[in-house]
Design a binder for this molecule. Structure first.
Ligand SMILES: C[S@@+](CC[C@H](N)C(=O)[O-])C[C@H]1O[C@@H](n2cnc3c(N)ncnc32)[C@H](O)[C@@H]1O
Length: 291
């Protein structure tokens, strides 16, 4: 199987170590400007905030520092384990598919999906599943690569900050991509799917969300061509009603049974942290160690 054809989650797991090393350098757009654009959209800490597609846990750690009670979820065992085993600020983490969350219906009042839904296969199913675990009135705060960004590229002279941005394929047609960047001798590989904006707004509406805010953050540096084109799309959505489509009660909810989380190795499960243990007891979800 080539990188272009494997499921997105598998690609991320395969290259997880690159991502963990890269995102912990502090050189990513998250630290440069995206965190400051995203976190103000997140509601004040409430009952439970679920970080869907948590990666190595940087957003979970920031939310935890803001007082949120966070459960971090990622399909990649390597990523989830890194979030749970962070040396300074571990977070309770679970290995699970965004389209099959191991939580009971209506358990959380906030979900964040920071830069993960465009990297997730079956995105509409993931959005429906996020709606299922939220209480009505709960909020989803999401960030994705802006669909205009994933549809095109700057062309021409790289020193010209006003060079054209060109979409030479179809904006409307979904398309998988694998992009590898090397910077400061570090390599990082992104596995994603370009989808038009309406793929997300329709998924949100079908799942019962109403969009309260939609923002288009970018790198405002005058020396970057991106100052003219949005890099990212951030959305704050409220769950107004349960979706019209039938919502499935998670097979794993409320049972504490080992489902996707059974991939956690025994070493990771030993010495559960207090927060992780409490979360696990409250929501009956086995978590990786966070202590
Ligand atoms: C770009 S990374 C972002 C990670 C993190 N939110 C951050 O900003 O640091 C995308 C993440 O989505 C995760 N992911 C992909 N498909 C997933 C799925 N079906 N369910 C849960 N997580 C998934 C990947 O494993 C990866 O950690």
């Amino acid at each position: 199987m080539t990188d272009e054809t494997r499921p997105l989650g598998e690609g991320w797991d395969l290259h997880a170590h690159e991502w963990i090393a890269w995102s912990r350098t502090g050189l990513d757009s998250y630290e440069k400007f995206h965190r400051d654009a995203f976190l103000p959209l997140v509601p004040r800490a409430g009952q439970l905030t679920v970080d869907v597609g948590c990666g190595e846990g940087r957003v979970s750690r920031d939310l935890q520092a803001l007082g949120h009670r966070v459960l971090a979820i990622d399909l990649s065992l390597v990523m989830s384990r890194a979030a749970a085993a962070h040396p300074a600020a571990p977070v309770p983490a679970v290995v699970a598919d965004a389209a099959r969350l191991p939580l009971a219906t209506g358990t959380a009042d906030c979900a964040v999906a920071f830069m993960s839904l465009h990297d997730t296969d079956h995105m509409p199913a993931a959005v429906r599943e996020i709606a299922r675990i939220l209480s009505v009135g709960g909020r989803l705060v999401m960030a994705i690569v802006h669909p205009i960004n994933s549809a095109g590229e700057f062309t021409g002279d790289r020193t010209d900050m006003d060079r054209p941005f060109v979409i030479d394929g179809s904006y409307l047609q979904p398309a998988r991509y694998v992009d590898t960047f090397t910077r400061d001798s570090m390599t990082v590989t992104f596995h994603g799917e370009h989808r038009p904006l309406q793929a997300y707004t329709e998924a949100l509406a079908d799942a019962g969300f109403v969009i309260e805010r939609l923002r288009e953050p970018t790198n405002a540096d005058p020396a970057k061509p991106w100052r003219r084109i949005p890099l990212f799309l951030n959305i704050l959505a409220a769950l107004e009603r349960r979706g019209a489509l039938r919502v499935r009660e998670s097979r794993h909810s409320g049972t504490g049974e080992a489902g996707p989380v059974s991939r956690a190795d025994p070493a990771a499960r030993r010495g559960r942290g207090q927060a992780a243990g409490q979360l696990a007891r409250d929501h009956r979800v086995p978590t990786l160690s966070s202590g």
